[in-house]
Design a protein around this ligand. Structure first.
Ligand SMILES: [Zn+2]
Length: 409
């Protein structure tokens, strides 16, 4: 039996694996059930004959990051003598779930009409299930991968991945020559990179007063409104022709700015009180042609200028997240080999892309110095209500991984 027949015949196992993982609500923030999740993964990988290690992030690092719940990352290896090693990374955390689901509930996954519903089914436990099935297919059909396989299952991608993939890379726990992050492109597309991101929080401190004598206070909310208004005008400049970037598909892309994804006041807010505090968030997406450092300087400069005429208030800008963009060339050994695997399984010409979102790929590429690509299952409604993945899609992705591992670079 070849690996493809094996995977076709063991779809049930693939689906059950995914259901078992979705049942563990690894919701981040705050980072629930991580231990249970890595234990499950460690058992599954050990059952496939892989060498498994679980790395717990030290208390000190948690404290610095202001986190309470423990963080774990699992690494599994299938070493192959005298061959390069390819690292496969997937994050196992999921975003919180709310709303009314059409099918079951977010953490009680059901299969209906060929779709598996559940939080994390698409982003990205589905890719983990596909990867495990790819490895199982090689193992059970008595084949050895054409390169050493190293897998990591990591925490915290949904909040930036510093103590997940970032931790493994910085601690030197990734021992491979190439990296495949199991998201960031799907179908006939192979991902060469992603946008970077900068999150700022702007905090305005005014002075409270009774609403009957507002002249005695400094209204933080009104100040925030003025600031936002000026920022809104400034952001038009991000659309300037010189800022345009073409992705590997030839599609044009510009930097983006989302203002006020989170905004709010302070304790003591009341209809008859002059608000003393207001805050809002900024999400700036950074193109692969830009750097986060430069984007931050520029944005902080714009905020400073916008705040300069404001009287009686203090404006503070806090950096909440900075992730570098990354993009590689499609001509390299890894993207070419992976694209061939995609083509053979999907039976259509492959193409390269770079996602607008961010993934953990930059840790491996920008910090780890490895050539890297992104590829995983195509889900629907990631982060939304009724997140789901097609069973057929899981099978096809498992076949791509198996094909790639078998044929090599
Ligand atoms: Zn993801």
């Amino acid at each position: 039996m070849d690996v493809h027949e094996y995977i076709e015949q063991h779809q049930g196992r693939l689906v059950r694996d995914l259901q078992a993982m979705v049942c563990l609500p690894t919701v981040n923030p705050p980072g629930i059930d991580y231990r249970k999740m890595v234990d499950w993964l460690a058992r599954r990988c050990a059952g496939l004959g892989l060498e498994v290690a679980v790395h717990q992030v030290p208390q000190e690092a948690l404290r610095r990051a202001g986190l309470e719940l423990p963080r774990y990352n699992a690494v599994a290896r299938w070493p192959v003598r005298a061959a390069p090693a390819v690292h496969f990374n997937a994050h196992y955390d999921v975003v919180p779930a709310a709303g009314k689901w059409r099918c079951g509930s977010p953490f009680a996954p059901e299969v209906r009409g060929g779709w598996l519903y559940g939080r994390g089914s698409g982003d990205m436990k589905g890719s983990i299930a596909a990867l495990l099935m790819g490895l199982e297919a090689l193992r059970r059909t008595g084949r050895e991968p054409a390169f050493g396989v190293e897998c990591s299952f990591t925490a915290d991608e949904e909040t930036g991945g510093e103590l997940g993939a970032g931790y493994l890379v910085r601690q030197g726990l990734v021992k491979a020559d190439y990296a495949v992050v199991c998201e960031g492109a799907s179908g006939n597309r192979v991902g060469l990179g992603h946008n970077g991101v900068l999150w700022l929080e702007v905090e305005i401190e005014g002075k409270a007063a009774h609403a009957s004598s507002p002249e005695q206070g400094h209204n933080a909310f009104e100040t925030m409104a003025e600031l936002v208004w000026r920022l809104r005008a400034w952001k038009k400049g991000l659309q300037a022709p010189a800022r345009r970037w073409r992705d590997p598909n030839g599609q044009e892309r510009w930097p983006t700015l989302n203002i006020g994804g989170v905004f709010g006041g302070g304790t003591g807010d009341k209809v008859n009180t002059v608000p003393a505090r207001a805050a809002f968030s900024i999400d700036r997406r950074v193109l692969p042609s830009e750097t986060v450092t430069r984007a931050e300087e520029e944005l902080r400069g714009a905020l400073e200028k916008a705040a300069a005429p404001l009287r009686g208030v203090r404006v503070r800008v806090h950096t909440r997240l900075r992730l570098d963009p990354c993009v590689g060339e499609g001509t390299g050994t890894l993207p070419q080999a992976f694209a061939r695997a995609v083509q053979r399984v999907r039976r259509q010409a492959s193409a390269f892309s770079a996602t607008r979102g961010f993934t953990d790929l930059h840790y491996f590429v920008a910090e780890g110095g490895l050539p890297g690509i992104g590829y995983g299952v195509k889900g629907e409604q990631a982060h939304g209500v009724d997140e789901r993945v097609g069973v057929r899609e899981l099978v096809q992705t498992a076949r791509v991984y198996a094909e790639f591992m078998q044929r090599g670079l």
